[in-house]
Design a protein around this ligand. Structure first.
Ligand SMILES: CC(C)(COP(=O)(O)OP(=O)(O)OC[C@H]1O[C@@H](n2cnc3c(N)ncnc32)[C@H](O)[C@@H]1OP(=O)(O)O)[C@@H](O)C(=O)NCCC(=O)NCCS
Length: 172
């Protein structure tokens, strides 16, 4: 996979969401969503407000969709922050795609006009691949927490990345 690029989510990307909704792909996400939920997710991605959230399709070699990655605004430690999430289709897994896509996303989030300081991610504790993606991208594991996800309990690691470390020095 020579080139990896990100492009905004679009009308034609529903099949990619279905590819990410199998039992194997959702093994660490409390299982698949209903068709109705998948359609709702697609509409949500199409209607995102660019001032607070972006969802991208990961494109290999400028033609082939191989996954998705995005960020949205959450409350984190009493201030707004970006949370991020991702998936890579099975045929493209284990080749560094998620790590490279996250590097592109971090650049985008750093340049986002909202200028939020932190990027956070909450992969399930057992999701070795997704925790590996956070580690590889230089996130710090802050803690772990148990919470409700898609209607059932999930124990997640809490990873955070400072998007503007220089700001810390200026503010100190
Ligand atoms: C998580 C996911 C996106 C990883 O995608 P990927 O492109 O295969 O990841 P990468 O190849 O960039 O690997 C990232 C790191 O995880 C490690 N890794 C990848 N797959 C792994 C696995 N199955 N078990 C353990 N480690 C794994 C890699 O070695 C790499 O670590 P390294 O950089 O230290 O070598 C992919 O497995 C996926 O889509 N899973 C299903 C959906 C999901 O769980 N999404 C995340 C929700 S939080």
């Amino acid at each position: 996979m020579e080139t990896l690029t990100l492009r905004p989510w679009s009308e034609g990307d529903l099949p990619l969401l279905r590819a990410a909704n199998t039992a194997a792909m959702t093994a660490h996400l409390n299982g698949p969503e209903s068709e109705r939920q998948v359609l709702g997710r697609h509409q949500r991605y199409l209607g995102l407000d660019d001032r607070t959230a972006r969802m991208f399709v990961v494109i290999a070699d400028r033609v082939r969709p191989v996954g998705a990655i995005g960020y949205w605004t959450v409350e984190w430690r009493d201030e707004p922050a970006f949370e991020t999430g991702w998936f890579v289709v099975p045929a493209a897994q284990g080749k560094g795609v998620a790590s490279r896509a996250l590097a592109l996303l971090i650049d985008d989030a750093r340049a986002h006009p909202a200028g939020l300081r932190h990027l956070v991610a909450f992969p399930a504790v057992e999701n070795a691949a997704s925790n590996g993606v956070c580690r590889r991208a230089g996130f710090e594991r802050a803690s772990s927490l148990a919470g409700e996800f898609r209607g059932s309990e999930l124990t997640m690691n809490v990873w955070e990345l400072d998007l503007h470390p220089h700001r810390a020095r200026l503010e100190s």
